[in-house]
Design a protein around this ligand. Sequence first.
Ligand code: 7TS
Length: 412
Amino acid sequence: MTQAIKRPFDVNAIRDDFPILNQQVNGHPLVYFDNAATSQKPEVVIEAMNRYYRETNSNVHRGAHALSDRATGEFEAARDQVRKFLNAPSREEIIWVRGTTEGINLVAQSYGRSNLKTGDEIIVSQLEHHSNIVPWQILAQQTGANLKVIPINEQVELDMAAFKSLLTENTRIVAVNHASNAMGTINPIKEITRLAHEAGAIVVVDGAQGAPHLEVDVQDLDCDFYAFSGHKVFGPTGIGALYGRKELLDAMPPYQSGGEMIERVSFSGTTFNELPFKFEAGTPAIAESIGLGAALNYLEQFDKAQLKAHEDQLLQTALKLSADVVGLKLIGKAPDKVSVFSFVVDGLHPSDMGTLLDQQGIAVRTGHHCAQPLMEYLGIPGTSRASFAFYNTVDEVEKLFAALQKIVKLFR
Ligand code: 7TS
């Protein structure tokens, strides 16, 4: 297959695509390092959504008129973009959801409730976001299944030997993230799916942090479900997608019910629409799906490996400069990470650190990052987290560390 020619990586040209980046915050040029929480949107995404509302707005799949046909076409073309982005075998396997959280809840409540029984086992890891813990806890309570947890090592990587010993003939579901939001650790999903499948379990991947940074190929990963959020891949909020293996989706009951997911309703019984519509009750997030399609189309111009190499350079710069900050401790030392720099500084609470950095125009996230079991395990209340995107620059990372040096001196 011939590769399309990719846009050369030029961080300054890329920054011009993101209008929000060009502003002052608290008297300083904005340095946006909260990309793991939500990333910024290129003009083409904003414009695609505006154009939809200006020119096309109409409900999908139902109107016998031109606008509705056009809206349906754009909406379904966005689904094709997602299929391509994940390299899923077919478009029927792409379900629109509000985001990663809803995708995981859909699997837990539809697949989980219809397949699990008392004594079955669900495995998650110590490294999960609450969105990949609580839906499984609730499912365990509903079905009588047991929840088991893969421990981590000192570098904050999954303990794969322990994972192997947790797998039993009762394991039904293994749910892990592709990359950790709190620490950046990239997890060995291919190895996890191989071992889980050998044990007869399915694998659900929380792709919230994998999709923005890593090549995602659900066929290569061989996972059974993969969920991600549009707003973390430079698209809008309120939209995301769930990939599911067709034979599993086919056998699963609907998650929610109502318009769109119905084939025929009568009071003697109702039949459901075919995939993927069986899982899409009610009017979907049409403008948002189109916005996400535009974001994935934008990303496609680039060689993802080049974006990752730039982000790695930002992380390496941070690691190097952090060695000179007195009292700074990096949390999470996995060699294989997405561009997340999580740290604590002696004598300074993370929330104070967040405020002090914000005063200098630098946006980071502080706290437990919705990973309280991980923080509890590490014995810390939280961290400060700078998470980089490909539009960030080495100069911005240097600004962060100049600010940190000032703050540390102030408190010494
Ligand atoms: N899983 C992971 C690994 C995440 O990082 C997040 C969001 C979610 C699930 C939930 O995604 P949602 O789009 O459904 O909300 N992570 C973060 C974060 O790190 N800071 O704010 C949100």
